[in-house]
Design a protein around this ligand. Structure first.
Ligand code: AHG
Ligand code: MN
Ligand code: MN
Length: 328
């Protein structure tokens, strides 16, 4: 992976500190993958007694994965602060953050309800840079729009462990090689097909959805005789990382809309460490990511655990969904 990161990425070579940070994140993913695969031996499956700031019961591996990320991301002396799904406050590492210092946002374990049933889970991360020198105690300084991200990625802990990264000039996928421990470039220049006939949504929430989402779903399942005139396939893995990885591999559209059950919270998925990094990856692979009305990367965050509606994937389907939201 280092050789790849050292090669020219876009207009400029990557900053050495960013390369070190990405290597530390890759190490975190390798360690988390190992912890998950050995979870049953170590008695690490199952829940803890605690809830996180989201009000969700933490799995033991949520807590372990968070500790792994914090430990490895703290190695880089250019990291000013960490924002984790599992930690209420912003974790400031530098007393006097400087312009250009890194802010690292992460969901240490995504889809953790899949752990106990041995299905795919993942980690998601996003990196931005502080635009100016600030007072470390000011948590509002981490509220940067997704368009400010200089890098985003995720790791899927599936049949193999993959690491998918963008530094703003395309998307590249690496696979962890057992034995050597290397992440090797196996999926260069990942592109999302513009057209698809596969969608992913938690359809058990049908009665809670807004009319545009119901319309889209109804038209998809109406098949060849419906207004879309073709058969659609449906998937739901309950892990956004696994859904996005499938979409990067063979196309598709993923929806977690705002509905009557999550409207008070603003949606289900978190903007800064789920929606933003996935939106950057999806756009860099030629897809689109919106709330139904706004481009995700343009949203100005109001809090670091803010939730948002998410629609992402193949451009044509995201356009259809945007249009249905406009029509409504
Ligand atoms: P997390 O495990 O980090 O809390 O995230 C789970 C998210 C996302 O990965 C997935 O798409 C969605 O929640 C699953 O939601 P349902 O439980 O409604 O299926
Ligand atoms: Mn998540
Ligand atoms: Mn999580």
């Amino acid at each position: 992976m280092r050789e790849f990161l050292l090669s020219k990425q876009g207009q400029h070579p990557l900053d050495k500190d960013l390369i070190f940070l990405l290597e530390d994140i890759a190490t975190s993913c390798r360690v988390i993958s190992h912890q998950i695969r050995g979870g049953a031996f170590a008695g690490q499956l199952g829940a803890t007694d605690s809830t996180n700031v989201q009000g969700e019961t933490q799995k033991q591996l949520d807590v372990i994965a968070n500790e792994v990320f914090v430990r490895h991301c703290s190695n880089c002396n250019r990291v000013a602060a960490l924002v984790s799904e599992e930690v209420d406050e912003v974790y400031w590492l530098k007393a006097r953050p400087q312009p250009g210092d890194y802010l690292v946002y992460f969901d240490p374990l995504d889809g953790s309800s899949n752990l106990d049933v041995n299905l795919s889970v993942g980690s998601i991360f996003s990196i931005s840079q502080l635009p100016s020198a600030i007072d470390a105690s000011d948590d509002r300084s981490v509220l940067l729009a997704g368009s400010a991200q200089i890098c985003a990625g995720y790791s899927v802990y599936g049949p193999s462990t993959s690491l998918v990264i963008t530094t703003g000039s395309g998307v590249n996928g690496f696979t962890h090689q057992q034995g050597t421990g290397e992440f090797r470039l196996t999926f260069p220049d990942m592109v999302i097909p513009e057209t698809t006939s596969e969608f992913a949504i938690n359809a058990s929430r049908y009665t809670l959805w807004e009319p545009p989402v119901r319309r889209y779903y109804d038209e998809c399942i109406a098949g060849t005789n419906g207004p879309r005139g073709k058969t659609f396939n449906m998937r739901w893995t309950a892990s956004m990382v696994a859904e996005v990885h499938r979409i990067l591999t063979r196309g598709g559209v993923f929806l977690y809309p705002e509905d009557a059950g999550n409207a008070d919270a603003g949606g289900k998925l978190r903007l800064m460490y789920e929606a933003n990094p996935m939106a950057l990856i999806v756009e860099q692979a030629g897809g689109a990511a919106t709330t139904g009305s706004d481009r995700i990367l343009d949203l100005q965050p109001s809090s670091h655990h803010q939730r948002v509606p998410v629609i992402l994937g193949s451009r044509e389907e995201v356009d259809v969904l945007n249009r249905y939201h406009r029509d409504a």
